[in-house]
Design a protein around this ligand. Structure first.
Ligand SMILES: Cc1cc2nc3c(=O)[nH]c(=O)nc-3n(C[C@H](O)[C@H](O)[C@H](O)COP(=O)(O)OP(=O)(O)OC[C@H]3O[C@@H](n4cnc5c(N)ncnc54)[C@H](O)[C@@H]3O)c2cc1C
Length: 358
């Protein structure tokens, strides 16, 4: 029996494990992939610490962002260009950087290992029964089990918690070339209910799109092919994935189980970014588990704490997204709404702030 089992060595799992292990507790991460972070299913764009604090003023730590090794960082980003359906450009200053996501995940896992966590790779978790984690390589027991196993979380499903109900289908690829230091977001019928992106890296870019609407998921491949070919790009490393777009789930703690990151819907739904939120909530999860095991504090404190730190911005983003959904059905209506908003309000939406201030 170990103190804590964390399922998933993504940003949420490794950060949770790191913060539990730093208190001297035994932590075992179970990761189904043989190599952490691969294949990459991500746009690989992260907001700078300063931007993250602007969005989540209560967030603490985030030293993970300061310690990202220079070779993992690909490109500094100075802004986001948002394109309306007619191609009208809106420039929003926004500081961030792109990374090699597989290397970032390995870096976060190494921080967990340095703190004392163990990682078992190539272990597929099949279900949770009581406090026993059943895998293809045997059974493991723990006092606390963490589901950091992504948007379709098996831990959420087998513990009685619910993973996010709304998932957007997304496809991404890499294309070669030199790109300006701006992330591009293209809205309209190019990606119904979602957006298409071009995210610059060193001598290449990630190009992809997500359709944030169940009805359009079957068309994601043809929409993606159209977007890529219309720009003359030759795609390589095509990868798909799912992004939670229904906001945080109602409940993230049940008995001795908690869920974090995509498994808990910890994603900013106005931009699809989840890595920064996973780092914030992973730290909170780790600290609350340590307080539970060492000082008998209720595990439920985790739910209260993450809601106090990221709950309100994520809820504002969800409301903005639901409002935007009313315009997504027609390019003409969306064009009108986006022109009415202008770049300032678009920047507020991206940063999970109320678009129209009271
Ligand atoms: C196409 C795409 C582009 C994106 N672009 C961006 C972006 O540019 N910036 C950004 O911030 N966010 C982006 N996101 C979202 C971001 O990738 C996620 O929010 C982030 O990865 C969440 O981290 P996590 O640790 O919760 O989950 P994950 O990173 O999904 O990690 C989950 C881990 O659990 C493991 N796992 C799953 N099931 C099991 C099992 N049964 N047994 C053992 N291990 C298991 C997986 O192998 C994985 O390593 C994008 C998502 C997609 C799909």
């Amino acid at each position: 029996m170990v103190d804590v089992i964390v399922v998933g060595a993504g940003p949420a799992g490794s950060t949770t494990a790191r913060h539990v292990a730093s208190w001297g507790l035994d932590v075992l991460i179970l990761e189904k992939r043989d190599e952490i972070g691969k294949p990459v299913q991500c746009g690989e764009f992260l907001a700078d610490r300063e931007e993250v604090i602007g969005i989540f003023p209560q967030a603490k730590g985030l030293d993970e962002l300061d310690t990202v090794p220079p070779e993992v960082v690909q490109r500094r980003i100075v802004g986001i260009k948002i394109f309306t359906p007619s191609g009208r450009e809106n420039v929003i200053p926004f500081k961030g950087f792109t990374v090699n996501r597989d290397q970032l995940d390995k870096h976060l896992a190494s921080l967990a290992q340095e703190a004392g966590a163990e990682i078992a790779r190539g272990v597929v978790v099949q279900r949770l029964t009581g406090n026993e984690v059943v895998t293809d390589k045997g059974r493991y027991r723990a006092k606390v089990v963490v589901g950091a196993d992504g948007p379709t979380s098996i831990i959420a499903r087998s513990s009685g918690l619910q993973p996010p109900s709304g998932l957007s289908s997304a496809l991404t690829c890499q294309v070669d070339g030199d790109f300006e230091p701006y992330v591009e977001m293209h809205f309209g019928s190019v990606a119904p209910g979602g957006y298409a992106w071009i995210i610059p890296k060193k001598k290449c870019a990630n190009v992809g799109l997500g359709v944030w609407n169940r009805a359009e998921s079957s068309r994601v491949r043809s929409l993606f092919n159209d977007f890529v070919s219309q720009r003359g790009f030759i795609p390589r490393s095509i990868a798909g994935g799912q992004v939670p777009v229904s906001g945080p789930v109602d409940r993230t703690v049940l008995k001795n189980v908690l869920i974090v990151g995509d498994a808990a819907g910890h994603v900013m739904v106005t931009n699809g970014g989840g890595v920064n939120v996973a780092l914030i909530c992973g730290r909170i999860a780790g600290e609350c588990i340590a307080a539970n095991l060492l000082n008998n504090e209720p595990l439920q404190r985790y739910e209260e704490r993450w809601r106090a730190v990221v709950g309100s911005p994520l809820a504002v983003a969800l409301r903005t997204k639901r409002l935007a959904d009313k315009f997504f059905g027609s390019n003409r209506r969306l064009e009108f709404a986006m022109r009415l908003m202008g770049p300032k309000r678009m920047g507020r939406a991206i940063r999970c702030k109320r678009v129209f201030r009271r």
